[in-house]
Write a protein that binds this ligand. Structure first.
Ligand code: AMP
Ligand code: MG
Length: 330
């Protein structure tokens, strides 16, 4: 892979598309044009690749990512479409509409990509280069904008190169993209909800639905840890079991979420132990985070004690999620 060297820019032809698909299959990172902005793509089913994607962007938090697929049938492999979702997909795909849907039973999208949620955001992009890459790869591809966190979204291959050269494997150059506005996001809950305005106007969606989109609650994505009505915008995965941070020892009845080679007092009494990364690798820890929290949540422990995680690299995003998981909810 090209990470660590300079990143090549290839004009979007058949060879570039084949090369992009190969990198995706190997867990690599590739930038490509969509009709909104340039996306940074990774195999949605590969947690290690997704951890590298967050690391390359320097994201301080694991926001859930949009899974891009080649067509409606590919979307049905990862999510459950009710009648409303089917109508919206048929009316607007391919195009700048993202649907947030319940995951399918054997949804291959990694927990890290959905931030541990039971829902997944799905879109079929319209850009011919994006579609060719999705077809050649054959699976869902997560693709947030191909810029460093906090920078503006890139609309040319040169913008991508400026931010991410040396951090990703390949940039496929399809020229300037025109929209520059992100996709509209609709949550297909009991009442369809406009989660983010974007490239597809609300009125067009409401015309197909024959009803108004509801607004998310005011505090839907704040940091206060306020509970949201189930089935609404559950933007943070929270285990039911209490979470205790910075644990240096185990208390009676606790499960342990460990990190690194160190040991904590009383570990032999723990109800269950999982280590995010025995060798202390933060990318590996990020890839395991949501899956391990979910597993420990099923063990009937009094609490999940979490060892300290260093705050550099992906540690910042890991600690952000752990802090949210630790907020008392009742
Ligand atoms: P983007 O910045 O275009 O990559 O879009 C990512 C955004 O999609 C996130 O910041 C979320 O707001 C939204 N999103 C993705 N997945 C979900 C989900 N499962 N539930 C709610 N919102 C989601
Ligand atoms: Mg962006």
């Amino acid at each position: 892979m090209n990470v660590g060297l300079t990143t090549p820019i290839l004009p979007a032809n058949e060879a570039a598309v084949a090369s992009a698909a190969r990198y995706l299959a190997q867990g690599g990172l590739i930038a490509f044009p969509t009709e909104t902005v340039y996306g940074l793509g990774a195999d949605a089913a590969n947690p290690g690749a997704i951890a590298r994607l967050y690391a390359a962007k320097g994201r301080p938090a694991f926001n859930p990512l949009i899974a891009h697929v080649g067509d409606f049938a590919a979307g049905q492999k990862i999510a459950r479409f009710d009648a409303t979702a089917t109508a919206l997909a048929q009316a607007f795909w391919p195009g700048p509409l993202t649907l947030v849907l319940p995951k399918s039973q054997n949804c291959p999208v990694a927990d890290l990509a959905t931030a541990g949620l039971d829902t997944v955001a799905v879109r079929v992009p319209a850009h011919p280069v994006a579609r060719a890459i999705l077809r050649a790869f054959g699976g869902p591809v997560v693709a947030p904008s191909a810029n460093l966190s906090g920078h503006v979204s890139p609309t040319t291959a040169e913008h991508v190169h400026h931010d991410l050269a040396g951090l990703i494997d390949l940039i496929v150059d399809g020229g300037a993209v025109n929209v520059g506005v992100e996709s509209t996001i609709v949550g297909c809950f009991e009442a369809p909800m406009l989660l983010r305005p974007g490239g597809l106007p609300r009125a067009e969606i409401e015309r197909v639905l024959g009803r108004a989109l509801v607004q998310p609650p005011e505090d839907a994505d704040n940091d206060s840890g306020q509970p949201l009505a189930p089935g609404m915008l559950a933007s943070h995965y929270a285990p039911r079991t209490r979470v205790r941070l910075n644990a240096r020892g185990i208390e009676a009845g606790e499960a342990l979420l460990a990190f690194g080679p160190g040991v904590v007092d009383g570990v032999e009494t723990a109800n269950a132990v999982m280590n995010l990364s025995p060798r202390g690798d933060l990318n590996e820890a990020a890839a395991n985070l949501f899956g391990y929290l979910r597993t420990l949540d099923t063990r009937g422990a009094r609490a999940i004690a979490v060892m300290p995680v260093p705050h550099h690299g992906l540690g910042e995003a890991i600690n952000d999620r752990l802090r949210r998981a630790a907020v008392d909810r009742d």
